[in-house]
Design a protein around this ligand. Sequence first.
Ligand code: H79
Length: 436
Amino acid sequence: MKKHSITIILLFICLVSGWSQVTKYVPTPENEKARAWFQDARFGLFIHWGVYSILGDGEWVMNNQQIPIKTYEKLPAFFNPTEFNAAEWVQMAKDAGMKYITITSKHHDGFAMFDSKVSDYNIVKKTPHGKDVLKMLADECKKQGIKLFFYHSQLDWHNPDYYPRGNTGGDYTGRPDKGDMNKYLDYMDAQLTELLTNYGDVAGIWFDGMWDKKDAEWRLDKTYSLIHKLQPAALIGSNHHRPPYEGEDFQMFEKDLPGHNTTGFAPEQKIGDLPKEICETINHSWGFNLQDARNKSAKELIQYLVKAAGYDANFLLNVGPMPNGKIQPEHIALLKQMGEWKRLYDETISGTRGGPLSARDWGVMTQKGNKVYVHILNWKDETLTLPKLGKKVVSAKIFLDKTPVKFLENDFGLSLKIPKDKMNDIDTVIELELKN
Ligand code: H79
């Protein structure tokens, strides 16, 4: 076909389908590749770190304690993380079996944890430490071969142009009752441009805070296009607790497995077709919380990772480093235990997809090629019967030591007989080989 006739056909398609159809977001090949990498990765480290860490009362402390901006602005002078060591953080994540890190570049308090030229309210300008910790982390991630995402809050309790204000960051902040939301969004886009220009390859942007003003004009189209233009492989996700918007590359679920809404703040969140990620805290806080000793057990955390994989989702596990730059030793210990487990079972998690059966009370399944991994998380009996898997089972083994497992396929389904002494309190993994 001649070139001009293709153009005419395309023009015709444009006219018939309407412009909105034509501007529909089509991910680039780099982006598609990044999505596949993301799904294969399955496990990441979330880091909430900011000047709020000093107060040891979580990242919402400004709002929870109703601290006016003028008072909160005293905090950066105390932020001096002399013990911060990017290499240690990255090594810790890698040892836990994590493939990426997602760190707060700016949380709701509006303080930039990077060297921003568009606002002085940043770590380099306002803290005695004076270093761009995000740059240090980005360099170290590159060196150690792990990817880096930036969390970025769209909600801002500090910028006066974040107006009209939403459900949070109200009068106590002391801002005037006027502001220009478009000017704020220009500022946000400028900071995102900095993040996507000065820090090498960024794996993605993890937005949060849209829920503060659900139905505001967030100019998502403009911001998302900007990001995809600057770094086509950067994945966009947003914690808006709703089904994905046009231009997003993954869907996230906060403190819940996909399709569950135990938190109650995501009633409208349906599961879409994009890669999925769930995020959860190691204790009950995101930012450093001095009083929060309610750490999850290694068993709970490992089972969370396994369940996420069974739901075809990544697990982004959060720690809130202390103001001195160290991560709490008890959290380091938990991550180490996860890493020890993951080294043994990595094949059943990394590079897998969820299924073929959806999650059950007894556990979940993951799969890769003609292998299916049955993760038994909660079952007492020696025999477990599952519905048939569609393809015939060729063999069944205990994954860890390859001991054959007796199995029977009949009209009732697939029954596995797992010897009691092979059962594992955290996860008994049975490897099934299916007929091609
Ligand atoms: O960064 C961490 C939290 O600080 C942030 N997201 C994680 C990753 C977060 N903030 N709040 N939430 C998560 C929960 C949201 C609660 C909400 Fe609401 C309930 C949003 C809408 C209803 C609280 C009440 C805020 C507005 C009304």
